[in-house]
Design a protein around this ligand. Structure first.
Ligand SMILES: [Zn+2]
Length: 88
């Protein structure tokens, strides 16, 4: 199964928590291998988890994730990352 970016975003927390089944995890990893946007999202999310796991509390502004997704969606609409290997 080929995931699009939005599918991957839906799975990222499960991916980081290691709660995905093997097939879904493989699909996510396959997408991450060639998608710069989702790789960036994964890195950002992982960094937030590392920071928050360190007994410190960060308050994210209201609507943070909605704005993040909106920006990513805009980035996707403006043009795909330089990926010439995928045929869709
Ligand atoms: Zn993606």
């Amino acid at each position: 199964m080929v995931l699009n970016c939005r599918h991957v975003w839906d799975q990222i927390s499960g991916y980081l928590d290691n709660t995905l089944d093997a097939a879904t995890r493989a699909d996510v990893e396959e997408h991450l291998a060639h998608c710069e946007i989702c790789s960036a999202v994964l890195d950002s999310t992982r960094n937030i988890l590392i920071l928050t796991a360190d007994d410190r509390v960060f308050e994210l502004p209201l609507g943070y994730s909605e704005r993040l997704h909106a920006r990513l969606t805009q980035a996707i609409l403006e043009g795909p990352p330089t990926d010439t290997t995928s045929s869709g």
